[in-house]
Ligand binder design. Structure first.
Ligand code: 6GU
Length: 227
């Protein structure tokens, strides 16, 4: 997968790229590139946003600035992009990210993530240049960058070979393998700590019984969030 992140803060993603599974993904030929709106802005002094028409607080990312950045990156009129690739604007009101969306996005060869700041995007960006809006939950962040990292984290770990053990991305919370339920509990050594013992079945070496126990635990947790 080639993911392009359009942002005012490209340097934030330097840290993101140091995470083990992101490093793994990059080493396998996947890419996470950043595009800085300021390097292609047609306006003076690196301006990228402006006060909202009609008044009010905050600043709005300009449509001409977005068009210039997309045009420079892809070499086409950005109105052509939505029919060719998924172009995602990170906004608090978008489709809420879940396992199904992460799986869907992981199947895309190319992704474009647009991060707004302040009061967000000029509406014409959303109308003409993007395929969808994605949110990471119903609360408001100061910008889309952290949300873009959350989306990429969830997506990259689904790519084959990116986690040490592919199985860990298949049988995990909310996956089809667990019928959408939360994952079962995990234990490791020591088997007894202060009398808090690990369930016997996990020490039994009996794989079928272990599987059965895990599925039962997972289903039990499906009743609702844990306290
Ligand atoms: Cl994607 N962006 C912003 N600015 N706030 C958010 C969000 C995204 N998702 C939840 N809150």
């Amino acid at each position: 997968m080639n993911a392009d992140v359009f942002t005012l803060f490209p340097q934030w993603f330097d840290w993101f790229r140091t995470q083990r599974h992101v490093e793994n993904a990059l080493a396998q030929g996947h890419s996470v590139d950043t595009v800085d709106f300021r390097s292609s802005t047609p306006l003076n002094w690196g301006q990228v946003d402006d006060a909202p028409f009609g008044g009010g607080a905050g600043m709005v990312l300009r449509v001409d600035v977005m068009e210039a950045a997309l045009r420079e990156r892809y070499g086409v009129d950005p109105v052509e992009l939505p029919s060719r690739r998924r172009v995602i604007a990170l906004t608090p009101i978008g489709r809420v990210l879940d396992d199904a969306l992460a799986t869907e996005l992981a199947a895309e060869p190319e992704l474009t993530l647009l991060c707004g700041r302040y009061e967000g995007f000029d509406e014409r960006i959303l109308e003409h240049f993007v395929t969808e809006q994605v949110s990471i939950g119903r609360y408001v962040l100061a910008g889309g960058e952290l949300a873009a990292m959350v989306v990429l984290d969830a997506v990259l770990r689904k790519l084959p070979g990116v986690l040490g053990d592919d199985h860990s991305a298949i049988e995990e919370s909310f996956s089809d393998a667990l019928e959408g339920a939360p994952e079962y509990p995990h234990y490791t050594r020591p088997a007894d700590w202060r009398g808090w013992v690990v369930p016997d079945v996990l020490l039994s070496g009996h794989h079928a019984r272990v599987d059965e126990w895990r599925r039962e635990q997972s289903r039990k947790r499906a009743g609702g969030p844990l306290p």
